[in-house]
Design a binder for this molecule. Structure first.
Ligand code: DGL
Length: 425
């Protein structure tokens, strides 16, 4: 038998990381089962015919739309046979979607370094609760409405949110007795790495570009180790680079800043790898959903880094975007849970929401550009559900922030859906 003191410390550790941070939200949802309160779920709306409900996808901003694009375009299975292999029909042709980007609270990746990991975990759970709930607002200063469809499955289209929140969300769903599949990008991305590595017995260098927060968890190195082991391949040398600024610059559409941050991050990464002395990096995981939107700038940065030191960076680097493998996992999971919606008649197929500061909140402190003030963002505490300092409002072609327009328009399947959204009566 384990000594009592050891048992107690295991218990304390489990509680410290496991539940404390999200316990208030789990209980808030339990006690507001009609879904009227902010961040609550109308359990009755999640009742019968789950398969007809939309699929929920969330991210800290617009970056997760790269995952949504991969989902909308996927044709890797037979729609009738469910077997692997394209059949010329989009695999999710009959499905509807709800996308949520928590733009008001981003960047998620910088909360942990400020000691706000618990608050981040609550934010991530709130994203899931928004998708599962019915509550939304047509505009920031307008009273809430309660007719958003809840979702039948959740895709965490954010690496940081997967690294910090996947287990919290799954645990909460178990407590709420809701059978809702949750798919995260990190495991899917790691499996894509394992599949892409040549089985040539040679050592390989894999770089993970992600947020500082994602890197701090070690989620990718662990998942890549597991996935290569499962695939019967030898584990690659994994080097991580946490990026403080790149996701924000992409979100704001600042091209020169994107080029500069991409170069400085890749230069730092190559230096770290050179000092550690691993095999040259030949595979790069775009471990932040925003980064596929800067693939050209990152590819150029790796080309330059190879020119500086070919022992650290290989001449040809292949990029892994976890989005495609996430989309495949979603298909398999819906098929397994018998949650696929078969009709091809869903139109419009998607609704998009973004969070913005709540103008009616007495607490929310704003910066000069109208966004939430950075110090205020990092000063908030968990469990204060009466403080609705951000609200989720629809994203349409008309309300799309100008800075994000070019990026969203480059995702053709997503853009088609955004344009099809009509304002609700
Ligand atoms: N979308 C997030 C991710 O994939 C990064 C952006 C952020 O820091 O909020 O990790």
């Amino acid at each position: 038998m384990l000594p009592r003191v050891l048992l107690l410390s295991v218990f304390a550790l489990t509680c410290a990381h496991g539940e404390d941070a999200v316990r208030p939200l789990i209980e808030h949802v339990q006690t507001h089962r009609d879904g009227r309160a902010a961040w609550s779920i109308d359990f009755a709306a999640l009742g019968e015919n789950r398969a007809d409900l939309p699929i929920g996808v969330f991210d800290s901003g617009i970056g997760g739309l790269t995952v949504m694009e991969a989902i909308l375009k996927l044709d890797a299975f037979g729609n009738d046979t469910l077997r692997p292999g394209a059949d010329g029909r989009a695999d999710f042709a009959g499905e509807r979607f709800i996308y949520f980007g928590d733009q008001a609270n981003m960047p998620y990746g910088n909360y942990p370094a400020k000691g706000r990991e618990n608050f981040l975990r609550e934010l991530i759970m709130k994203d899931a609760v928004f998708l599962l709930g019915t509550r939304w607002r047509p505009a920031p200063a307008v009273a809430p409405r309660f007719d958003k469809p809840p979702v039948k499955a959740i895709v965490i289209a954010c690496n940081t949110a997967t690294a910090y929140g996947l287990e919290d969300i799954r645990g909460a769903l178990r407590e709420w007795k809701l059978e809702v599949p949750v798919i995260g990008v990190v495991e899917a991305g790691a499996r894509a790495v394992a599949a892409s590595l040549p089985d040539d017995g040679k050592p390989h260098g894999v770089a993970v570009l992600a947020t500082v927060g994602t890197c701090a968890t070690g989620a990718y190195p662990k998942a890549i180790g597991r996935a290569t082991g499962m695939a019967g391949k030898s584990a690659p040398v994994v080097v991580q680079q946490g990026s403080v600024e790149l996701a924000g610059a992409i979100e704001r559409g600042q091209l020169q800043a994107v080029i500069d941050y991409a170069r400085s991050d890749v230069t730092t990464l190559a230096g770290t790898h050179r000092r550690a002395g691993g095999p040259p990096i030949d595979t790069v995981v775009l471990g932040c959903t925003h980064f596929p939107l800067a693939k050209a700038e990152l590819a150029e940065a790796f080309r330059l880094a190879h020119g500086v030191d070919a022992t650290a960076v290989a001449e040809n680097v292949s990029f892994i975007d976890p989005a495609d493998s996430t989309a495949r996992e979603l298909f398999r999971e819906l098929a397994r849970a018998r949650l696929r919606r078969k009709s091809d008649t869903a139109a419009p197929r998607a609704q998009f929401f973004l969070s913005v500061p709540n103008p009616a909140s007495p607490e929310a402190k704003l910066a000069a550009d109208g966004s939430l003030d950075a110090d205020y963002k990092a000063s908030r505490e968990v469990g204060r559900f009466e403080v609705e300092d951000t609200v989720a409002i629809p994203l349409t072609a008309e309300t799309l922030p100008a800075s994000s327009a070019k990026l969203v328009q480059s995702l053709t399947a997503v853009w088609q859906q955004v344009q099809a959204v009509r304002p609700q009566p």
